[in-house]
Design a binder for this molecule. Structure first.
Ligand SMILES: Cc1cc2nc3c(=O)[nH]c(=O)nc-3n(C[C@H](O)[C@H](O)[C@H](O)COP(=O)(O)O)c2cc1C
Length: 188
């Protein structure tokens, strides 16, 4: 049994679609549940009540957006000060439009959030390269969604379904790890 909290921000629903795919992956694992929350509504208590925290953001100028940073600073800051979530599972995903080969800053965005989760003492989940459609929508740090065509023209219907496959796989891995670690004490 593991409770996975997915906190995300999104303007055009690319990150939102990834969040829902990740939640589907979580719920495909027996005994695991996913809770989706907007970064602006999630509170420290929600993180405390979960076994795993997953952060998802749009890529904004090569970094996470302000809503995600606000959630981390205002809600996770106290947890960090008090060593409250050490040993929980953490993971990340991000959606960019695709400026540059790997989405212009998508890696930095994912790494910035992973860095914050590591500061919290969490056990981080990578995205292995054998995840379905990894070549198009995966990075070792987590799931990545490219919401526009190669020439940056918009895609009808937004982020295509096949580009959410790594998000779903990420959800499965996160849930399995959180479930396996449930009740285990890893750090002193
Ligand atoms: C202020 C701003 C900055 C952005 N910077 C980047 C960027 O650095 N790299 C990129 O690939 N996309 C960038 N984008 C595009 C968004 O990441 C893209 O539209 C994505 O789909 C947003 O996710 P969402 O659909 O969940 O809102 C930027 C968009 C905005 C509004």
């Amino acid at each position: 049994m593991a409770r996975i909290l997915i906190v995300f921000s999104s303007d055009h629903d690319g990150t939102g679609k990834m969040a829902r795919a990740l939640a589907q992956g979580v719920e495909s694992v027996e005994g695991c549940s996913a809770k989706l929350m907007q970064a602006e509504e999630a509170k420290a208590e929600d993180v405390l009540a979960a076994d795993a925290l997953v952060l998802g953001t749009p890529v904004h100028m090569g970094s996470m957006d302000w809503r995600m940073k606000k959630f981390i600073d205002t809600q996770c800051g106290g947890l960090w000060m008090g060593d409250k979530v050490i040993g929980k599972v953490g993971a990340v995903f991000a959606c960019g439009s695709g400026y540059g080969g790997a989405g212009s800053g998508a890696e930095l965005t994912l790494l910035a959030m992973l860095n914050n989760l590591a500061e919290l003492g969490m056990i981080l989940v990578p995205l292995p390269k054998n995840a379905p459609n990894y070549q198009q929508s995966g990075l070792q740090w987590g799931a990545y969604g490219r919401a526009h065509n190669e020439d940056l023209s918009p895609i009808d219907g937004g982020l295509p379904d096949e580009r959410t496959q790594p998000s779903r796989a990420h959800g499965v891995h996160i849930a399995r790890l959180a479930s396996a670690l449930s009740g285990q004490k890893i750090f002193d």
